[in-house]
Design a protein around this ligand. Structure first.
Ligand code: IPM
Ligand code: MN
Length: 347
């Protein structure tokens, strides 16, 4: 039987709750479709940091490289470990080391879910650059703690990095409704963002069938609220994409529905799948976290692995559950109830 080896990193807080749900659904769907998923769970987290002084072992990246894919819950427990330490010790290095340059985040309403907007007819695919830009980590602080202190953090945009994410976005647009929105702030940031706009125009020449529009990030934020139905694929830099996808999560009814895939399109290393939401310490292990975002991310993982039918069956199972009113509002149903309702499709 075809078997995929999956690295599970449940991480912190509700990351552990929702990863368990997603894994139950994934294995059920795999069983139905006639393939197997073999899991190895890694305890890398803030608790692990407290024990060992690191978020993952020194050879953590080498260990993960052997897997077909990584399923991650959430990372962060700011009361114990500063976020700037925990995220730079686990999530962000994985994205970079495995060249997962495309962070794909779908924003649409599941059946039965009421968003905050009047319109329900939107289906946006945000493509976030995931390895450079504002998250490059280039910078430093001098004269720390004195009145003369200086902090510098520089965005790094490379031609290769910008071109490949735009190309990826154009390919997605071509496979969808043929529209691409490229997001910058080139009216204010005259080097990197003008550079991004130029590359957008250059790559667009190779995709005459795709309708491309450049937007400034502020206008895009308004458009996602006022006219989300006008958008198809939205491509943005690392930080802009981060912000827009929390907005996308909000218009789709909340973070509990927002899935994401950190993709290495060249398949030179494993890709990683994780909900957009964080570890939510306030509701950790209360059994009330919505696992739909994690389960949907798991479906994206199966799709990436080539198991299209199984991925589609999970989406249908999620949609069946929400159409029956289960898991449609934050706090309405328990993690177990929602997981059970999705699992019922594979019963
Ligand atoms: C996300 C998260 C991360 C990010 C944080 C936790 C570093 O907000 O995946 O959207 O900004 O990329
Ligand atoms: Mn985010």
């Amino acid at each position: 039987m075809k078997t995929y080896s999956i690295a599970l990193i449940p991480g912190d807080g509700i990351g552990r709750d929702v990863t368990q749900s997603a894994w139950q659904v994934l294995t059920a769907a795999a069983g139905h479709a006639g393939f197997a998923l073999e899991e190895t769970t890694f305890p890398w987290s803030c608790a692990y940091y407290k024990r060992t002084g690191a978020m993952m072992p020194e050879d953590g990246i080498d260990i993960l490289r052997a897997f077909d894919a990584i399923l991650l819950g959430a990372v962060g427990w700011p009361a114990e470990v500063p976020d700037s330490v925990s995220l730079h010790g686990l999530l962000l290095p994985i994205r970079k080391a495995f060249v997962q340059y495309a962070n794909i985040r779908p924003h649409r309403l599941l059946p039965g879910v009421q968003g905050p907007l009047k319109t329900e007819a939107f289906d946006i695919l945000c493509i976030r650059e995931n390895t450079e830009g504002e998250y490059s980590g280039a910078g430093g602080r001098v004269h720390q703690g004195t009145l003369d202190e200086v902090a510098v953090e520089t965005s790094i945009f490379t031609r290769a990095g910008v071109e490949r994410i735009l190309r990826f976005g154009f390919e997605q647009a071509r496979a969808r409704r043929g529209k691409l929105a490229s997001v910058t702030k080139s009216n204010a940031q005259k080097y990197s963002m003008v550079f991004w706009d130029e590359i957008t125009r250059k790559v667009a020449a190779d995709y005459p069938d795709v309708e491309v529009t450049s937007y400034h990030i502020d206008a895009m934020a308004a458009r996602m609220v006022m006219a989300p139905e006008s958008l198809d694929v939205v491509v943005a830099s690392n930080l802009f994409g981060d912000i827009l996808t929390d907005l996308g999560a909000a218009i789709q009814g909340g973070l509990g529905f927002a899935a994401s895939a950190n993709i290495n399109p060249d398949r030179t290393a494993p890709s990683m799948f994780e909900p957009v939401h964080g570890s939510a310490p306030d509701i950790a292990h209360l059994g009330i976290a919505n696992p739909i975002a994690a389960i949907w991310s798991g479906a994206m993982m199966l799709d990436h692995l080539g198991e299209r039918a199984a991925a589609a069956s999970i989406m249908a199972a999620i949609e069946g559950a929400t159409a029956r009113g289960i898991g449609t509002r934050p706090g309405k149903d328990t993690t177990e109830t929602i997981t059970g309702a999705v699992l019922a499709a594979f019963g």
